[in-house]
Design a protein around this ligand. Structure first.
Ligand code: AMP
Ligand code: ZN
Length: 111
């Protein structure tokens, strides 16, 4: 599997790990859009949000985002959790990922 995020999860491409559990992996975004920018991905290759069918995996993704916020020290100051899906959603990497953004006041515009 040539998917870049699958390769990061397998350790074939270096990343800065923030959190990991049985179902999820979280690492620093290589081109941060905010002072804190961490990606949470399912270890299983799931292309995008449309293919997310598993309740326990969805819960694990959100728990991982909470844990990332704690570890990055932005739990109280606040953050944004974003999933881009498909072409109009500007999803570039076809392995589902949740962006955790914070560490500063974010632009209030959503699009
Ligand atoms: P998206 O536009 O939602 O598909 O976002 C993809 C994200 O993956 C972007 O924020 C990229 O900066 C990030 N990204 C791409 N390659 C890597 C990499 N090797 N390590 C960490 N983040 C990456
Ligand atoms: Zn993948």
């Amino acid at each position: 599997m040539n998917c870049i995020f699958c390769r990061i999860i397998r350790g074939e491409i270096p990343s800065t790990k923030v959190y990991e559990d049985d179902l999820t992996f979280a690492f620093e975004d290589i081109e941060p859009q905010a002072k804190v920018h961490t990606l949470v991905v399912p270890k299983e290759h799931i292309e995008n949000l449309n293919d997310m069918k598993d309740q326990s995996l969805w819960f694990a993704m959100l728990k991982a985002a909470q844990e990332v916020a704690k570890r990055k020290g932005i739990e109280k100051s606040g953050y944004r959790a974003v999933i881009n899906c498909g072409p109009d959603g500007t999803q570039i990497v076809p392995h589902l990922h949740l962006h955790v953004l914070g560490g500063e006041l974010l632009d209030s515009q959503m699009g």
